[in-house]
Design a protein around this ligand. Structure first.
Ligand code: NDP
Ligand code: 2IT
Length: 453
């Protein structure tokens, strides 16, 4: 019997049972696939032109998965061994594209969930990029600058075999920012003797794009602005809870302030900061200092700014706010958190992280009919600007910050419009449905035209 199931005659339950059987022990991957097929299977049933090609069966199987050893020597002269990964998921619409995550929790399930989501996210950006993801279980916490450099170099000594500017273009994610991209780029250049756009998020001096560091957070806020506008609302005068204190949280905090909102929380694995006077100006730049300290705690914020309070071991979703932007990590916002936000009158939740809200939390938001957007739509501004960096590298030219920001803004407005078209439910826009179907349609059309191979 064929192990391929025919989506055309299947229900979501049967499809998921098969995915779980074929990919045991990968709960995050199952979660991400379930959210997509719940919307896309009914769509395929209603749209016969997508039947008969095994589209979903092919989409949930990565084109290939590389796993490799990364050996390096720490400052004490001790040999360290980490796992390295690169998943090339789907290249129907362009070269594989997606970030690298360095975090001790990294495993195949997490990278497959991220790579799978990336296919649809990249499709939504309107740019020609396929989906991929990679990383390592390397823990940057407490590592010296030299250790980070040696690790990045060792990682690239293996990764370089699988990537290329027309094949697969990695970028940053949790634990990988401009510094790590720089070290990896240096090693790639040395190994291949080429100076090409093989990574995005590069330094401005060697092919990086203006506004790439800000792009994900800016995009999240641009997307939320569009959602709010459908209800005649805006950021002006609104209180905003942000989680995380990394790259995405930083960019989001900046743009909320630009649009007249007040950011009252940030968070780390140790708890959250509540600052009733608003996180703005130099306090936002202090977030960068906290992040670069490699300590991964936000508590020092309250020592530096005594008007703020640190709530150890708590999450920011208990605060009374108008808007919530989860920007830390997957499954950080659960059902009880969602209930607390709704009870406190929150009107809009826009995901900056990938899959930060559990399915139960999403159900609470949708039941309450508040404005809720999944990360694959609202955090697509990061990879979209990576796409713009690729364009600039191909042109051997660089656009001004204003030009990049204007293109990013246009892309976020377009993604929002596309989600509205596919997620229209009368008095409510289901952005989950909208993003999944809009993302799927472009990839599906490309896959059909290219045949089965
Ligand atoms: P960073 O590494 O810059 O920041 C992530 C921060 O969040 C880290 O300080 C991390 O600390 C912290 N964190 C992890 N878990 C928790 C938690 N449970 N509660 C509070 N804080 C936590 O990563 P990014 O800002 O780049 O990424 C954040 C999210 O945004 C991720 O989901 C990522 O996939 C997503 N994203 C990133 C994009 C990008 O361009 N960078 C683009 C689109 C999405 P610790 O390391 O100790 O866990
Ligand atoms: O999750 C994401 O979209 C990213 N980490 C950014 C990927 C990229 O290639 O810029």
């Amino acid at each position: 019997m064929s192990t391929l199931l025919n989506t055309d005659v299947l229900n979501v339950q049967d499809f998921m049972n098969n995915v779980k059987q074929r990919n045991p022990g990968q709960p995050e991957f199952h979660q991400a696939v379930h959210e997509v097929v719940e919307e896309v299977i009914p769509y395929i049933k209603d749209n016969p032109q997508y039947q008969g090609y095994g589209l979903l069966e092919r989409l949930v199987e990565p084109d290939r998965v590389f796993m490799f050893k990364v050996s390096w020597v720490n400052d004490l002269g001790k040999v360290q061994v980490n796992k390295g990964y690169r998943i090339q998921f789907n290249n129907a619409i362009g070269p594989y594209k997606g970030g690298l995550r360095f975090h001790p929790t990294v495993n195949l399930s997490i990278l497959k969930f991220l790579g799978f989501e990336q296919i649809l996210k990249n499709s939504l950006t309107t740019l020609p990029m396929g989906g991929g993801k990679g990383g390592s279980d390397f823990d940057p916490k407490g590592k010296s600058e030299n250790e980070v450099m040696r690790f990045c170099q060792a990682f690239m000594q293996e990764l370089y075999k699988f990537i290329g500017p027309e094949t697969d273009v990695p970028a940053g994610d949790i634990g990988v920012g401009g510094r790590e991209i720089g070290y990896m780029y240096g090693m790639y250049k040395k190994l291949t003797d080429t100076h090409v756009g093989v990574l995005t998020g590069k330094g401005l001096e060697f092919g990086g794009s203006l506004n790439r560091p800000e792009a994900t957070g800016y995009g999240v806020v641009y997307f939320a602005k569009e959602m709010l506008a459908t209800k005649g609302e805006s950021f002006e005068g609104k209180s905003v809870a942000i989680s995380g204190f990394g790259n995405v949280a930083w960019g989001a905090a900046k743009k909320v302030n630009d649009l007249g909102g007040k950011v009252v929380t940030i968070s780390g694995p140790d708890g959250y900061i509540y600052d009733p006077t608003g996180i703005s100006g130099e306090k936002i730049e202090y977030m960068l200092e906290l992040r670069f300290s490699n300590n991964d705690i936000v508590a020092p914020y309250a020592e530096r700014y005594p008007e703020a309070t640190f709530f150890a071991g708590k999450k920011p979703w208990e605060a009374k706010v108008d808007i919530a932007l989860p920007c830390a990590t997957q499954n950080e916002l659960q059902k009880a958190d969602a209930e607390s936000l709704v009870k406190n009158g929150c009107i809009c939740v826009s995901e900056g992280a990938n899959m930060p809200c559990t399915p139960e939390a999403v159900a609470v938001f949708q039941h309450a009919k508040l404005l809720y957007s999944p990360g694959k739509a609202s955090n697509a501004g990061g990879v979209a600007t990576s796409g713009l960096e690729m364009s600039q590298n191909s042109l051997r030219f660089s656009w001004s910050a204003e030009e990049v920001d204007e293109k990013l803004h246009r892309i976020m407005v377009d993604i929002h419009e596309n989600c509205m078209v596919h997620g229209n439910k009368g008095d409510y826009t289901d952005y989950v449905k909208g993003a999944n179907i809009a993302g799927f349609v472009k990839v599906a059309n490309a896959m059909i035209q290219q045949g089965v191979y």
